[in-house]
Structure formats: C-alpha cells, structure tokens
Design a protein around this ligand. Structure first.
Ligand code: ATP
Ligand code: MG
Length: 294
C-alpha cells in the first residue's frame, strides 16, 4: 500500500521509494582541504549501491552527508529533488536510516532497548509504543540473529554481535533508504554473507561502504569507486571491477577473473614479491599447497 505523503517530506517517487542524489557535493572538516570535492551521485531506486575506495578517500564522509550528519560546504544532497538541509530532521529520519562506521551505544543499554531506539522517528507523544514498533523491533532482531541477546547489555557483547545489533537498529527504523558504513566489519564470513544477503533481500534502496571488492562485486547493482574525494568509476560491477580500475583506485596489481560461483568479477592480487614481508610466499609460481605442474 502506498503511504500518504508526510508533512515536510516530498511524496515518494514513481517506484514508491524516495530518491537520493548528490550534486557538486563538497565536504570538509576544515576550511583548507575539501575531503570530498564536487561529487555527483544519483542513487538508483530499489538497488544496492556499494561504495569502495582506499582508506581516507572520503567514503564515510560522503555517507554522513547523504544522511545529513554533515552539512555540505558546497553543492547539495537532494531528497526527491529537495535540499536535505531544508527538511526537518525527524522527517529525514523516517526516510533515511544511517549506520555509521563506529557507532557508540549509551552505557549499559540493552540490546532490545538499543534496537527500539530505531523506532523513535515513528513515535508520537500521544502514542509512545505501538504494535508496529513491537513488530519492527522483533523482525529486525530476528533478521540479524540477535533475538537471543535481547536482554544483554550492548557493551558486554563481542564486536560481531554488537555490529549485528546496530544493523538491527537501522532495520527497525524501516526507512526506504538505508545507508550502511561497513556493515560487515567484525563479522565472521558466515555472518558477513548473511548481512549481505539480507541487504539484497530487503528490496530497499541501499548505499553501503564495503572494503571487500569481491563481495562488493557480488552484491552491488551499482558500484561506485572513489579515490581522494572523487568518483573515479561507477556502473555495473562487471564494468567497474577491472584490473585497470583496481590499479588506478588502490595502486594494486591484480588480475580480475570470473567468480567461479556467480561469474561476477573476482579480484586476485598478483603474486607478492618473494622475500621478507611475505612470509607465506614460496617465491614460486605454484603455491605450496598445490601439486607442482607436470
Ligand atoms: N571528524 C573528522 N575531523 C577531521 N578530519 C576528519 C574527520 N573524519 C574524517 N576526517 C578526515 O577526512 C578524510 C576522509 O575520511 P573518511 O572517514 O571519509 O574516509 P573513508 O574513506 O571512510 O576511510 P576508511 O576506509 O578508513 O573508513 C580523512 O583524511 C580523515 O582523516
Ligand atoms: Mg570510513
């Protein structure tokens, strides 16, 4: 069912979702050096956009600006064509959910309480907690496999458990747009895949930062490669993840081969230079765990 437009938030676009875009976005923490410089981005509706790029290239800064945690120094972030800076914060929180890279929980808050905070943008003074809130929190905790942890204090969890609780909080917000900064950090490989599968299953508009290029190539509909505050390549993973782009963006020599399972691009770094600093390298073309060529 299509939702009625809410005050201060433009009506959803033709696909039922809200449209997010950046125009000539310039961001920085001090006057001298912009961290992001003149960035243009159209976030495709209902798709998963993955941002990749080296450390400190401006990924988190960009994501924060898309979620209005940071004001642009130049240009604008547009939600359905209207400048984010002009919209009420609470309305934005009903449409855009943001999981920061290093969120911090209030001391001794329990898992259930933290996830429930995701519902704040939906609550009214006359109706503090509704059935819909209860359901959203329960579903979010089940989807992220944290229901069993509900009564535990967040600060007594493992890194991976905590990360899943934060994802649950973002999901409980039930926003059309979800911005996730490295949601797979701290997760073991099975939980990483769970989270990435979940992101695809949600069928919402997602923008996520990932460091694993192979996961990015597998899970992105739309891949954005950044370097030094600018976008250097964007498009379908098969067009973006090439040996040339990996070299240009990360300065890494790599081969790109088809992933044997999905056919998506798989980045395999070139053999390390043998010697010090590469303790597991045998210095031979054939790795030690494979039989020698005939
Ligand atoms: N709060 C801050 N104050 C000042 N400078 C900052 C702040 N946050 C980030 N920066 C700087 O802005 C630049 C971009 O940082 P950002 O966090 O956006 O990088 P990133 O691409 O997300 O990197 P990573 O992969 O390490 O998370 C870096 O040079 C960083 O030092
Ligand atoms: Mg970051």
């Amino acid at each position: 069912m299509r939702e009625a437009p809410r005050e201060g938030v433009p009506e959803a676009g033709p696909a039922g979702g809200h449209r997010l875009a950046a125009r000539a976005l310039t961001l920085g923490y001090d006057e001298a050096n912009p961290v992001v410089d003149g960035l243009d981005l159209d976030v495709p509706d209902g798709e998963v956009t993955v941002i990749v790029g080296p450390n400190a290239c401006g990924k988190s800064t960009t994501l924060r600006a898309l979620g209005r945690l940071m004001r642009p120094r130049g240009g604008a972030v547009l939600l359905d064509g209207r400048e984010l800076a002009t919209l009420p914060t609470r309305r934005i929180a009903q449409v855009i959910g943001l999981l920061p890279q290093s969120p911090s929980a209030p001391e001794s808050v329990t898992v259930a309480d933290l996830v429930a905070r995701g519902r704040q943008p939906h609550q009214r003074w006359w109706q503090q907690w509704s059935e819909a809130d209860e359901r959203a929190v329960r579903e979010a905790m089940e989807l992220t496999d944290v229901a069993d942890l509900a009564a535990r204090p967040v600060d007594a969890l493992s890194g991976g458990q905590r990360q899943r609780v934060w994802i649950a909080m973002a999901l409980a917000q039930e926003t059309d747009l979800l911005l996730l900064d490295e949601p797979t950090t701290y997760l073991d490989i099975a939980h990483q895949i769970d989270v990435l599968d979940l992101i695809r299953r949600l069928e919402r508009t997602v923008v996520t930062v990932l460091h694993d290029l192979n996961q990015a190539a597998r899970y992105a509909d739309h891949l954005v490669a950044m370097r030094e505050g600018r976008i250097v390549a964007r498009g379908r993973p098969e067009d973006v993840v090439t040996a040339e782009t990996v070299r240009e963006v990360f300065g890494l020599a790599a081969r790109v081969v088809p992933d044997p399972v999905t056919g998506s691009p798989l980045v395999v770094p070139e053999a390390p230079v043998p010697g010090r600093g590469t303790p597991r390298s045998t210095g031979k073309a054939t790795p030690a765990w494979l039989p020698p060529p005939p």
